[in-house]
Structure formats: structure tokens, C-alpha cells
Write a protein that binds this ligand. Structure first.
Ligand code: AMO
Length: 447
């Protein structure tokens, strides 16, 4: 391995020799002095070199040729070039960037960069074409550091609460959600489908006696929409727990989990998020407000917006408005919309015992956008088959899934939550393209 000191660790070192690596952010090539701002994954530092513009004609001054060559080398450096640098660290309060500077002794160009094809004001689409360069900025790095901390905190919560982590197959023989959004792939002499969610398999862990399970993994939807919140491949955060009395138990776990994850993100990155995104991250309080969907639609109607279809889900504008109402009324960024009509929920959602028109289910809205769907599942095989048939599904199509309910299964429920959506809303970004490492959409399979 190349021996190097991370730039963020320079501050703690005494003045003296250091070796650092990174890429050129900027070069300020002045007559008498040259400055390079060098970046690595941990930060940025100013490098300095007293410029020697002409070779000493007598050749008497020791090192003059080397000093001249170094000046020429720095003048030729392009933005994005990767370097190793050996030099002398000097703490100096006058230096704006971190109060220190490295006087360059020698510099090796490890990999030279062509002129960058993107600028800060390039379109999002162009930035996506050059995503590896687009990602080279502190703001983008922070998104994925936040993602790392967020996922780690989710896992920690689940480990502390006796969950088992599962990895379910992404090649399936049938749909797990609606048949409309299925990707087909050739699979030897038959057809396979990319998993739209781990729904069936996380439920399978229930008759397997696992109790509580989670998965963070890819999900695929052949959804042709070009909105800021839809991708054809996304990372889904899923959990499923046994012995729930209703969706209320799922919501309680869900909100506790989010509090744990937001607490961790705020503790580790709160100051940087405020600085780079201008967002004062709020850790939500529990319980999150809960509003039945029908009531939520009435509330937004009373405030002047009628959700276009009375028999459908909230539309994006409705979600935005109910969030705004919840923020003004309860001071909360999250709201569970509950008790969706059976007509707009999948066959596997349990229905109310006293009103089969409603389900034990919810959507979680955060800062105006749906981030999650959860529910108690129907575990009684005869009811499950009847509900599937009502939705036009034949039991033969669901063969293996239905077997899960024939050999003993506890009541259970869970949720699925889109990782990129949570990050987008947490950081007040405008598209999940910004909070996905490499976005996949109907018109994007590259890079
Ligand atoms: P649902 O289909 O609502 O529910 O998906 C759950 C969450 O996944 C995210 N999501 C998406 N993110 C980006 N692009 C998409 N095309 C996309 N589709 C969904 C959203 C959404 O809220 N099996 C159920 C969950 C469950 O009941 O456990 C399911 O998949 O954040």
C-alpha cells in the first residue's frame, strides 16, 4: 500500500515531513508562488511551492534545476489529476483552509486527468453521464457517508432487538407485487423475473420461525415513470416481525428504528449537513402522528385540495399537503397514513375484522413524500386465497407462497422503505438521482 496520511489527520500532527495523496482540486499559479488545493476522501489541504521560473544560468545554486522542474510540473497540472506528495507540514493560523499548509518537496503524478466535461451548473442528466466525476465533491461524499451511518444504525437497532438479517433471491419465478412492473429475464429454457421486493421471502421467514427479520437489498420495478422519486432499481429496506396484533405494532417498531437512525446521523454528521446542505436535521419524536387515509383526504380537501381520485391513494400533491398540515399542527416531519381501502392494497394485507373494506396497513410520509408502505399480513390461508382471487390472482400462480400458510405460521407484519427517498428528504435534495450512487431509470442504464 502507498504510505499516506489522510488529509483530515494532518491537523493533529506536529510540523515536519508528511506524505499525502489525493487529486488536484485547484491550482493557483502565481508569479512567485504556486498553490494547489489537494483533496482526498477525508478533506482538503493547501500545498505551496515557491515558484522558480528560470533556470539559474550559472547552474550554481544547488537544486535549482529540480526547483525549476517542479514549478513547470505544477503549472501543467490539470484539475482532477491524482498525485502523491512528499513535503513539510507547517501549522499557520493565517491559512484559511484548516490553518495549515504543506510545502511541496516532491510530487508524483500518478494519473493525469483530461479536462473535466462537467461543471457545477451542468444539467442533472449530464452530471449523471459523468457520475464518477460528479461524485468527487464533498457534498456528494457526505450523502454516502450519511447513507453509511444510516444503514449502520438500522442494523444496530435490529441487532440490539434480536432480528436476523436475510438475503433473499432477486431472481424469481413470479411477481411479488403488481404484475405490471415486472422485468423479465431469460432463464435457461424458461423466464425469470427480477424481484420487485423481498415481500414473499421475508414472510417465508415467519413459518420458518425466525421471528424478526430484516433485509437491505436491491428491488426492481419496470416502472416507466420519470419522476424524481422513481427508479427502476432501488435499495429497499425491509423488515418483518411475528406476533403483531395489528399494523400498530409494525408502526411502533418502524418509528423507533427511524429515531435510532436519525439520532446516529445527527450525532455524526449534523454539523456538516447544516454546513453543506443548509439543513438542521431533526430527530423525530415518538409517537409519529397517525391519520387514517380517509381522514387525511378530508383534511386536505378542507384546506382546498381535492385528491383527484376518491378511490385511490394520495397523489403527490396530497402527500405534500397532508405533510404541511401535520408540520403546522403537530410540528412533526413524519406522518403515518393508515387504514387504506382494500381496493387499493395488495391481496396479502390483512383487512379490518369489522370492516373488510379497510386494511391493517399504512404509508409513511416524510417531508411530503411517501417513503414506506407497511401492513399486517393475512396469515389465514382460506382468507388469503379468497383475497387473492378477488384481485384476479389464481392460487396456482401463488403456489409456493400459499404453502407458507399451510404448515403453521404466526400472525405477522412488516414494511418496505426506499433508502434513496429517505436520504433525499433528509438532505432536502430534489431527486433520488442525487442520493443513489448510480441511478437506474427507464432511459438510464449507463454508466
Ligand atoms: P411499495 O411498493 O410501496 O411496498 O414499496 C415500498 C417503498 O419502496 C420505495 N419504492 C421505490 N423507490 C424508488 N423507485 C421506485 N420505483 C420505488 N417503488 C417503491 C418507496 C416505497 O414506499 N412489499 C411492500 C412493502 C411491505 O408491505 O412490506 C412494497 O414493496 O419508498
Amino acid at each position: 500500500m502507498t504510505s499516506r496520511t489522510l488529509i483530515k489527520n494532518l491537523a493533529a500532527l506536529p510540523d515536519g515531513p508528511v506524505s499525502i495523496t489525493g487529486w488536484v482540486d485547484t491550482v493557483r499559479d502565481q508569479k512567485k508562488v504556486q498553490f494547489i488545493i489537494l483533496r482526498d476522501e477525508s478533506g482538503a489541504v493547501q500545498l505551496v511551492n515557491p515558484a522558480v521560473r528560470e533556470l539559474d544560468p550559472e547552474g550554481v545554486s544547488v537544486g535549482a534545476a529540480e526547483a525549476f522542474a517542479l514549478t513547470e510540473q505544477i503549472s501543467a497540472l490539470s484539475h482532477g489529476t491524482f498525485l502523491t506528495v512528499a513535503g513539510e507540514l507547517k501549522h499557520d493560523e493565517r491559512v484559511k483552509l484548516g490553518g495549515l499548509e504543506v510545502k511541496i518537496g516532491s510530487l508524483d503524478v500518478v494519473s493525469e486527468a483530461l479536462e473535466t466535461p462537467i461543471a457545477a451548473d451542468s444539467s442533472l442528466d449530464k452530471r449523471m453521464d459523468w457520475r464518477f466525476l460528479d461524485l468527487r465533491h464533498p457534498k456528494q461524499h457526505l450523502i454516502f457517508r450519511v447513507q453509511t451511518t444510516f444503514e449502520h444504525a438500522l442494523r444496530q437497532y435490529w441487532i440490539d432487538n434480536d432480528f436476523i438479517e436475510i438475503h433473499t433471491p432477486k431472481l424469481m419465478a413470479s411477481a411479488s407485487e403488481s404484475r405490471a412492473e415486472l422485468f423479465e429475464v431469460g432463464y435457461f429454457d424458461t423466464t425469470a423475473y427480477l424481484a420487485q421486493s423481498p415481500q414473499f421471502f421475508k414472510q417465508m421467514a415467519q413459518p420458518a420461525g425466525f421471528g424478526k427479520v430484516f433485509e437491505i437489498g436491491p428491488a426492481f420495478r419496470a416502472d416507466p415513470s420519470f419522476t424524481s422519486r422513481h427508479a427502476t432499481e432501488f435499495t429497499s429496506i425491509d423488515a418483518e416481525i411475528s406476533w403483531v396484533d395489528s399494523h400498530e405494532d409494525v408502526m411502533r417498531m418502524h418509528e423507533e428504528l427511524l429515531v435510532a437512525a436519525f439520532t446516529a446521523v445527527k450525532a455524526k454528521h449534523g454539523a456538516e449537513i447544516a454546513e453543506l446542505f443548509g439543513v438542521e436535521l431533526e430527530v423525530p419524536t415518538t409517537p409519529f402522528p397517525r391519520i387514517p387515509l380517509a381522514e387525511a383526504k378530508q383534511i386536505v380537501a378542507d384546506h382546498g385540495y381535492v385528491v383527484p381520485r376518491a378511490d385511490a391513494d394520495m397523489d403527490p400533491e396530497g402527500e405534500r399537503r397532508i405533510s404541511q398540515y401535520v408540520k403546522e399542527t403537530y410540528g412533526h416531519d413524519f406522518v403515518f397514513l393508515t387504514d387504506y381501502a382494500s381496493s387499493i392494497r395488495p391481496f396479502y394485507h390483512m383487512r379490518h375484522a369489522d370492516d373488510p373494506g379497510l386494511t391493517n396497513s399504512y404509508d409513511l410520509i416524510y417531508n411530503g413524500v411517501e417513503i414506506s408502505t407497511g401492513a399486517q399480513r393475512e396469515h389465514r390461508i382460506d382468507v388469503l386465497i379468497a383475497q387473492a382471487k378477488e384481485k384476479g390472482l389464481e392460487p396456482e400462480e401463488l403456489g409456493f407462497y400459499l404453502d407458507f400458510f399451510r404448515y403453521g405460521v404466526p400472525p405477522h407484519g412488516g414494511f418496505g422503505m426506499g433508502l434513496a427517498r429517505v436520504l433525499m428528504l433528509m438532505l432536502d435534495e430534489h431527486s433520488i438521482r442525487e442520493t443513489t450512487f448510480l441511478f437506474r431509470g427507464p432511459a438510464r442504464l449507463l454508466p
